[in-house]
Design a protein around this ligand. Sequence first.
Ligand code: NAD
Ligand code: MG
Length: 362
Amino acid sequence: MQEVYINLGARSYSIYVDTGLLPRLGEYLKVLKLTPRVLLITNPVVGSLYGAVAETALRNAGFEVIRAEIPDGEEYKSLATAEKLYDLAYTRELDRRSPVVALGGGVVGDLAGFVAATYLRGVPFIQVPTTLLAQVDSSVGGKVAVNHPRGKNIIGAFYQPRLVLADLDVLKTLDPREVRAGLAEVIKYGVIADQAFFAWLEENLERLLALEARALAHAVAVSCRIKARVVQEDETEQGRRAILNFGHTLGHALEALTGYTTYRHGEAVAIGMAAAVRLAVALGMFPEGDAARVINLIRRAGLPVEVPAGISPGELLASMRRDKKVLAGRLTFVLPVEIGRVEIVRDAPEEAVGRVLRLCCN
Ligand code: NAD
Ligand code: MG
């Protein structure tokens, strides 16, 4: 068992990483001494695989379970879905100490967290992330949100869970493409903050792709620790937290240009990370050999490293400028100076950016 303690004063909590955790959900929840009526939010895919195990675990620990299933898909991470959940919570008389449990990937987690943050101005929130991405990314940082028709994650809050259970067993039913997309963020952590972890990934990538429990436990726990360290320094994203956006400047632009349908987020980030290391080389900040190591690891994870044919450097530049994280029109890139250390580069020279984009575009 790996425990990652997220130290945020009164809002501190633990992430437990292990196999066999879901059947023990009730025991873990009981310790928090809450109202014994739980709103369990999931979707039909995850619900049919793991809903019964979760419900039994909760009932055996004395909880009454109200299960809500939201349809599968990013488009249901919306205010309209949240409103249905508020209705349910209100009719079933959930009170200020009734926990909301999110059982699912990042979509379920973000939506359930948003409902937990806002219903009665906040009720206890418990996360059981069931995708690799949700385990290594959305379980740390306290961002909860729904989408607005005009943009992703536009309406949200910072709201910390009381507990996160990352059960590695549930990853076995994931589509391999989802596993690879999650690995993109794992590789990101190595590049931005931990050279030894990056080297470990180079050694152990095949074990991760095969979902070997011990390797997964290490990768998930280290990823959460790295994100936690960054977030603890900057809980509400004023500065240093931006390093988590390594690969995301171009990644977000690519997702937007392809209508969020071509790529999983991690795949777009993989292309963005490959572009970022090339840009860092072009600016003379980062050794070519290290760039090759990064690109090679991304490739070995079965992730793309080139912008697809049909997208031009000009379109990419324009899309990057529209990103909500662009402040006053200044393009910001997170670029490595060595493996394990990055810098935030504002106003990267247009000429170099263009050169690298042309290199990445077919
Ligand atoms: P997702 O939640 O859509 O899950 C991907 C697919 O896998 C879905 O079809 C889902 O039903 C299925 N699935 C989930 N668990 C499964 C399992 N164990 N077995 C089989 N199938 C399973 O996608 P995601 O990649 O987990 O999350 C993406 C979302 O997370 C986005 O909305 C993004 O904005 C959000 N996100 C939030 C944060 C944060 O800090 N809050 C960080 C990263 C991403
Ligand atoms: Mg991301």
